[in-house]
Each structure stands twice: as C-alpha cells, then as structure tokens.
Design a binder for this molecule. Sequence first.
Ligand code: PHB
Length: 356
Amino acid sequence: MSKDLFSNIELAGHTLSNRMTMAPMTRNRAPDNIATAMMAEYYAQRAGAGLIITEGAQISEQAVGYPATPGIYTQAQLEGWKQVTDTVHAKGSRIFVQLWHCGRISHPDFHNGDLPVAPSAIKPAGDAFTYEGLKPFVTPRALETSEIPGIVDEYRHAAALAIEAGFDGVEIHAANGYLIDQFVRDGSNQRTDNYGGSLENRTRLLLEIVAAVGGEIGHDKVGVRISPANAFNDMSDSDPQATFNHVTAALSGLGLAYLHVVEVSMTGEADSDFDTGQLRERFDGIYIANGAYDQARAQEAIASSAADMVAFGVPFIANPDLPERFRLNAELNKADQATFYGGDEHGYTDYPPLEA
Ligand code: PHB
C-alpha cells in the first residue's frame, strides 16, 4: 500500500492523522520561564500537524541557556503547560514536550553568576543570548562524575511532570550542541571517566537518561532527537558517521516512540557527506526526518520509506494551517525572521490561515 504525508500512523498508542510533525522551535515568549495562554493559542493553531513537538523546555535551572524559554521542573511551569496540552488535545492533535539542558550554550547571567556546566571545560566559539543582549560564551565548568546521576534524575522528574501536564510523551533533546550532544561528540568531550573517550562512554549519558525517562513514563512515550551533521553551536566530531551509527544502534530495540534526525547543518555551510540512510537502517522504530523539507521532498521521503514522518520548522511558524495548504497545494505565507525570537503575538499567533 502506498503511503503519503496524509496517511495515518500509530505512535505512542495513538493514531496520528497525518505524518507531518511540527518541529521544536525556540520562540522566547515565556516570561518567568512559564508557558502562557498565548503559547497555548499558538500551538492550537498548528494542531493540524499529526504530532507537535514543543520548543525546548528546561529540566532544571542549571539547564537554562536563553531568555524567556519555558521550563518543566516546577509546579507553576506544569500549570502553564496544561493550557497548551488542553488546547492542542481539544483540536485533536498529539503533543510531546522537548526536554532540554543547554549545558555550555548558556551564560553565568542565567545562574546567579555560576558557570554553565559541560562535559569538559571547553569554551564554544560565539555569543550567548542573554537578557542584556549578546555576551561572549565563557569557559564552562566540567561536571563532576558524581553530579551526573542528579542530572539524569532531573530528566526523569521533568518527564513525570510532563505526563502530569497532559503531554502525550517527551522528546529528549540530544541534538544541536546542547548538553547531551556535548557528551556524544568528541569535539566537546575530553573526559577521562566513564562518560568520555570510547563511543560507549560518550553515549552513556544519553542512554542513562533514556532508561530513567522510559522507566518513569514508558519507553513508547519517549522520542530522541539527534543532529549528526550539524556544526551549529561550535560542534564537531572526528568521525560523525561512526558516532551516530553507534548512537542509533544503541537506541534501537528499546521500544522508543521515534528517532528524530536533523539531517542538515544549521550553520549554512556546504552539505556534509553524512549518510542518514545508515541511521534509518539501524533504527527499528519510527524515523522522523527534519531539515529544509518542502512538500515534494517530504512526499518522496514517505513514499520511498526513507522516513516515516517529516518535521517542518519554519513553514509551521508562518503557516498555522500548513497541512491544509499542502493538501490544497495552496500558496505558503513567508516567515518573518525578525519576529522568530521574543516579542508578542506579532509574528507568532497572527499569521493568517487560508480564507475559508
Ligand atoms: C536556537 O535558539 O537557535 C535553537 C534552540 C534549540 C535548538 C536549535 C536552535 O535545538
């Protein structure tokens, strides 16, 4: 039977109405790190997606790295998110929250002057976005081995709150140069304990988090996002194909909800020769592809089984009714980059849907 973007698919015990995912995107509209009614409206407008993955939500105060990003570790944050899950469910979609620890992509301003933490004391090139504008990244503090179980437990706790808040599952953010990715890739990990060196060791933190979160809420409600070819946030690895083939094989067979792969580099440099097909082959569950897909490429990926679902980012910012527009081959709104990060409803909930 031929599949297309609009075919149903079973995920985390639910039948999704199509294979389009709204990709997680930071929008910096959560003052006090609490999700708002405006955010609930934004996500509900986009509930034509078979699955919504929220913007990253910090698992702890130490995990914060940007202004006005939501958290999921306090009761007040849980209450904020309930508005979001309620409105999205009322519109018939499913929603996962992305669990985020920024690691070294942060600044002491977010931590009462304390240093951000990382696998190793290696300063990333570039600047942090703080409440006072751009400030150069600092050299982070390398985590003590004894601190790691506490971080794993914070992921477990955040996942428990997520289910209480009504989410259908969680996505563990292991991509784009944030804490877990900093452990996985050797450009940012020079540890000599059980969490550095070999591939087994660099993958250990991710697998411990998956086990703790899966143990808490069920592995079928846990997705993982990776970005093997992404140099964003000053990331590098000496052998990305070997690293991410290993990571993917280790995640296979666990009964996870999905593997979500950012297939491009967000830095805009020439495409790498990374072969995502080798990941697809090594993972036994749902494979969500992401990275500059348009409708035609997405249809081709689904029809050829290169992917089971496709996640769209920027097109979902500008087109609340993106699935409907694809169905009708309608024109797309253009996204306004100036309103991506921070601000009010302008460029957020005021993109027009198609005329009735
Ligand atoms: C960003 O704010 O630019 C950002 C945040 C999280 C990501 C990627 C980019 O995973």
